[in-house]
Design a protein around this ligand. Structure first.
Ligand code: SF4
Length: 499
């Protein structure tokens, strides 16, 4: 994307946290411990740095991957060290600038991830504020995430210095019980401990004095000593108090955000669709492609052509443009190559596929110099070395419309009625009545419903076909492709069985 369009795609948040992050040489970033403290956010201040629409969606989806992983592990009853390792890995791959071997990466990269982490939290707050169920889910899993990060901080140094620093930086002040007071109340404190390890550690454990209103959970479980309106909490249990405070803080802000959503975001034509579909996309697979080809077909540069029949209209259209001109402009190249990658085409095969087409009109040298880089880049082998995921329908629909000689975009959104009708007739989608139904939906601006109708027309009885997942049709082009491929695979099986 050129600089101008990137700038056009930017918008602002408000308030103060950016000051910390605008200074990448900030000494706060200088040690691993400080970095861990920085990354373990209480998210009290709304950020005001700029972020592109691309980053907006990507960072939110990356955070969703972590939250959904937590959900999956909790559902499967995975706890302890195994839970810790899996989530640490997932955070490292998606949210953190501290890599899995706990090495601090470059300053620029740290800044980048710190911004993404904060932005993604607030984006998901906006995306999950709309209904009570969504709020509940988000609150629950964000709390687990904070709890996990705080446990990492506690583990980082057992003497509690890191945690103390974190509390200070987040303006969370809890009164430390003096050694004399601890001795006086020794009996009461000790009687609240059930765990033998904790009993063994008792002499070395610091206690904090906290108003009882912040410790209902511990009181209900009889895990702390309650006296004159205060509870006396051992250091490891402080985590429960902090997470409860975080829950209450995020819960209030979700409530406020739902009001803001109703009154402001509803009117924002760019943000509203993005925020409305982020939670659905989280349920879907994020199509990176490297997790193996989920389509289980022989998908290589030879067989891409055979699979065009299973592609949604947007991808069919780009493919036709490529075959006709032996070239694609930037947006078309990005949209199509990411889609192919998400469908399971390897980097080597993707390079050969584009090279075979482009070198029909340009020299191999030129291809290698001007086009091969961007393919390696989207597979995470160049530049920031971050593998990119394919575009969702919303991203394509909200993206830059195609101009003359370009084939990207969503035909349901970006083509006029006559042009779309011509395209549907050309590839023989349905009969006249069915095409009119598709066009009617497009005229009413129900672009994704028009696309779903297209799917229904060319895949009769797909809804009753067990094993064909239709939940992502009209949400993600790769989900359309996946559903179509599995539908036809099943169809072939039925035919083979009949014969
Ligand atoms: Fe492609 Fe999505 Fe538009 Fe369908 S709705 S044509 S899958 S962008």
């Amino acid at each position: 994307m050129n600089t101008t369009s990137r700038r056009l795609n930017k918008y602002r948040y408000s308030t103060s946290i950016s000051r910390d992050y605008n200074n990448s040489d900030n000494e706060d970033f200088n040690t691993k411990r400080d970095l861990m403290i920085k990354e373990c956010q209480f998210y009290q201040n709304v950020p005001n740095f700029e972020i592109s629409l691309d980053e907006f969606e990507e960072s939110a989806l990356d955070r969703l991957k972590v939250l959904r992983k937590i959900e999956e592990l909790k559902k499967n009853n995975i706890h302890g060290q195994e839970f810790k390792e899996i989530i640490n890995n997932c955070i490292c791959n998606n949210l953190s600038s501290v890599d899995s071997t706990r090495q601090v990466t470059t300053c620029h990269r740290r800044l980048y991830y710190a911004k993404r982490d904060i932005a993604s939290h607030f984006i998901l707050r906006a995306a999950y504020c709309k209904t009570e169920d969504l709020q509940k889910w988000y609150l629950q899993h964000e709390s687990y995430l904070l709890q996990h990060r705080l446990m990492n901080l506690m583990d980082y140094d057992r003497n509690g210095n890191t945690m103390k620093l974190w509390l200070e930086r987040n303006s969370l002040t809890y009164e430390l019980v003096s050694h004399d007071d601890k001795l006086k109340l020794w009996n009461f404190f000790f009687s609240c401990i059930l765990d033998t390890d904790e009993k063994r550690e008792f002499n070395h454990t610091s206690y904090y004095k906290v108003p009882f209103t912040q410790a209902f959970d511990l009181i209900s479980k009889r895990q702390c000593y309650l006296y004159q309106g205060y509870v006396y909490v051992p250091y490891p249990k402080l985590l429960t108090i902090i997470v409860a405070k975080f829950r209450s803080h995020v819960s209030k802000s979700l409530f406020k955000a739902s009001y803001i959503f109703r009154n402001y975001i509803e009117k924002d034509k760019r943000l509203k669709p993005l925020l409305e579909t982020i939670n659905q996309q989280g349920i879907l697979h994020v199509y990176h492609g490297e997790s193996g080809n989920q389509i289980r077909v022989n998908f290589n540069h030879h067989t891409v052509n055979d699979h065009v029949q299973y592609m949604p209209l947007c991808m069919y259209n780009i493919h036709s443009g490529l075959k006709m001109n032996h070239h694609l402009k930037y947006h078309g190249r990005m949209q199509y190559s990411l889609f192919l990658k998400g469908a399971g085409l390897s980097m080597e095969q993707c390079l050969i596929f584009f090279q075979n087409e482009f070198t029909k009109i340009i020299k191999m040298d030129k291809f290698n110099k001007e086009y091969a880089y961007y393919i390696r880049h989207i597979y995470g082998k160049e530049g920031k070395r971050q593998s990119k995921s394919s575009y969702s329908c919303m991203k394509i629909i909200m993206g830059q419309p195609p101009s003359i000689g370009q084939y990207h975009g969503c035909p349901y959104k970006h083509y006029d009625d006559a042009h779309l009708n011509k395209l549907l007739c050309k590839i023989q989608i349905g009969n006249h009545r069915e095409r009119q139904e598709i066009l009617d939906l497009k005229r009413k601006k129900h672009y994704t419903l028009a696309c779903q109708k297209h799917f229904d027309v060319v895949h009769p009885n797909a809804k009753s076909n067990i094993g064909v997942d239709l939940s992502g049709v009209g949400i993600h082009p790769n989900a359309w492709f996946l559903a179509s491929t599995s539908y036809h695979k099943k169809d072939k099986k039925v035919l083979n069985n009949k014969n």
